[in-house]
Ligand binder design. Structure first.
Ligand code: GDP
Length: 541
């Protein structure tokens, strides 16, 4: 599609947007880097952030009480900052593997990813899983090698590992001189200057001293053999890596690598600049458009005039004082202004939010206007589900927001039977949020909870109690899997459900599922009913 001004009134706005997820293994320094990015873009003030950190020891991106208790990021959060006239939307991802579903959905809402690696540990287990997801989607990845102020691994060694794990070549953008106690700084390969390291948390990026690489005698006098060693390893690295190719990066086939120390504010500005200079602006998204009874595939361009977006996250009761839910919508096209009439495609109903917010670092604020790439939060009292497509009229549905068949199940037993209503409300909401999958056995009996990770159960149990005042016991269940069921004809479906009445359940979206007690169940059922389709993944449709 052409991006000429007459057809693309919002092109200038969408071009200056960057929407990325920050991913890492727990403890690599993601939270620290997030804070510094906010700090240096001017989104938060130094004094405030230092105080907040001292007061709570928790990052600005951690919201829920349970996160504080466990020290892990359960909810993925959204932060917007303005830097060099660009609107940067940062999406945090939960680091714990038990919340990988949530992370997966966040990664469907971004155009690029920033991967933080601990220079001592290299690519760790949790990062590997996230990389897989990025690779499936060809999401461009920027790599930040953190903690260079520590005794860490050789940079060449790290590069080698990143390359192997990512399955794509690294192109160093900065290169470290020394490490740990003798960490001298980083050489910037683009500006051909060395930025000199100084430890401390108060320094602004522009306060670091820079020395042109051309001033070699000075650099050798200052950093001695460390500098010469760094020069040599940099030569080797450059020799071993391809030329920087922006198109290859955008196609997810090459990653630029930066070195630094987040906690010391060092090397962070380079990353912020890379987000503006290298990371892509919003891309087009595939959808199914239904007109006149026919459904066709349609590519939605970010600068298209009509509003379209997808709900990639729903969160209830984020703020204990407001008993509301927020549907996080990643805008795919159009412009949002207050009062705009929008509709939920699944139900055809008008979306009537009580408020519409953006996420400015720690605050939620009313939206003035928003464009493709932006994340806006619709506060509602229901009616919106994970995966819903929101438009200003067009009957289209975005594809690609998956639900994975759970591998763990528990039954829910209410301790106080008088709280049934609260339990139902809680489970309905947590199910719609995607915090857990809720299955209602069709033959009746206790509700079943399905999860991909064990911790999801604990979070849900905790939240049922603290947010809905429903104290529950979770008991192990005989089920070990589920498959969503479809058939080509209603008669075939009926024959199947009649054969396995006690195995049928409906999930939160009222999609029919077959519950399994062993891996053989599906095979046996499939042999008996060859025309039934068993889906391990449900895409919202
Ligand atoms: P996350 O779990 O990935 O969000 O990691 P955090 O940002 O919470 O950092 C984990 C720990 O590493 C904290 O104690 C940080 O202070 C520390 N840390 C973060 N960045 C650096 C760094 O550049 N150098 C050193 N020495 N420590 C760091």
């Amino acid at each position: 599609m052409s991006a000429s001004p007459s057809f693309a009134p919002f092109a200038a706005e969408t071009r200056r947007r960057r929407t990325f997820a920050i991913i890492s293994h727990p403890d690599a320094g993601k939270t620290t880097l997030t804070e510094k990015l906010l700090l240096f873009s001017g989104a938060i003030q130094i004094a405030g952030s230092v105080k907040a950190r001292k007061a709570t020891r928790h990052a600005t991106s951690d919201w829920m009480e349970i996160e504080k208790q466990r020290g892990i990021s359960v909810a993925s959060s959204v932060m917007q900052m303005l830097y060099r006239d660009h609107v940067i939307n940062l999406l945090d991802t939960p680091g714990h593997k038990d919340f990988s579903e949530d992370t997966y959905r966040v990664l469907t809402a971004v155009d690029s990813a920033l991967m933080v690696i601990d220079a001592a540990n290299g690519v760790e287990a949790q990062t590997r899983r996230l990389i897989e997801v990025c690779r499936q989607r060809n999401t461009p990845i920027i790599t930040f090698v953190n903690k260079m102020d520590r005794e860490v691994r050789e940079p060449l060694d790290i590069l080698d590992e990143v390359e192997r794990e990512l399955g794509m070549p690294c192109v160093p953008m900065t290169w470290p001189v020394g490490q740990g106690k003798s960490f001298g700084g980083i050489m910037n390969l683009r500006t051909k200057a060395m930025t000199v390291f100084d430890s401390g948390q108060e320094r602004l990026p522009q306060d670091f001293e820079t020395i042109p690489l051309a001033d070699r005698s000075n650099l050798i006098a200052r950093f001695g053999s460390e500098f010469e060693t760094a020069e040599q390893s940099m030569e080797l690295a450059i020799g071993a890596s391809p030329e920087w190719d922006h198109a290859a990066f955008l196609a997810g086939k090459q990653t630029p690598v930066f070195f630094g120390s987040g906690v010391n504010n060092f090397g962070v500005m380079e990353v912020l600049d890379a987000l503006v200079d290298l990371a892509p602006s919003p891309r087009s998204r595939m959808s199914h458009l239904t007109t006149g009874g026919q459904t066709v595939t349609k590519e939605i361009q970010p600068e298209d005039e009509n509003f379209a977006g997808v709900v990639f996250k729903v969160q209830a009761n984020m703020d204990a004082n407001h008993r509301d839910r927020i549907a996080f919508v990643r805008m795919a096209s159009g412009k949002y202004v207050p009062g705009k009439k929008l509709k939920v495609q699944r139900t055809g109903k008008e979306l009537r939010p009580t408020s519409v917010v953006t996420f400015l670092s720690q605050r939620r604020e009313a939206v003035d206007e928003a464009y493709a790439g932006d994340i806006i939060g619709f506060t509602t009292h229901g009616g919106v589900q994970l995966g819903d497509t929101i438009t200003d009229g067009a009957n289209l549905q975005f594809t690609g927001l998956p639900f994975f068949a759970p591998e763990l199940f528990t039954t829910v037993i209410l301790r106080n039977p008088l709280r049934t209503k609260q339990l139902q409300q809680g489970l309905a909401q947590l199910g719609e949020e995607g915090a857990i999958q809720v299955f209602r056995p069709q033959m009746g009996g206790s509700m079943l909870l399905g999860a991909v990770g064990q911790l999801q159960f604990e979070v849900v149990q905790h939240r049922l109690k603290s947010e809905y005042d429903a104290d529950v016991k979770l008991e192990s269940s005989q089920y070990t899997g589920a498959r969503w069921i479809t058939a080509d004809t209603p008669a075939e479906l009926r024959a199947f459900t009649d054969a396995y009445p006690q195995r049928m359940a409906l999930d939160a979206a009222d999609t029919l599922a077959f519950l399994c007690t062993s891996p053989y169940d599906v095979r046996l059922a499939q042999e008996r009913f060859p025309k039934i389709h068993f889906h391990p993944l449900r895409e919202h449709a």
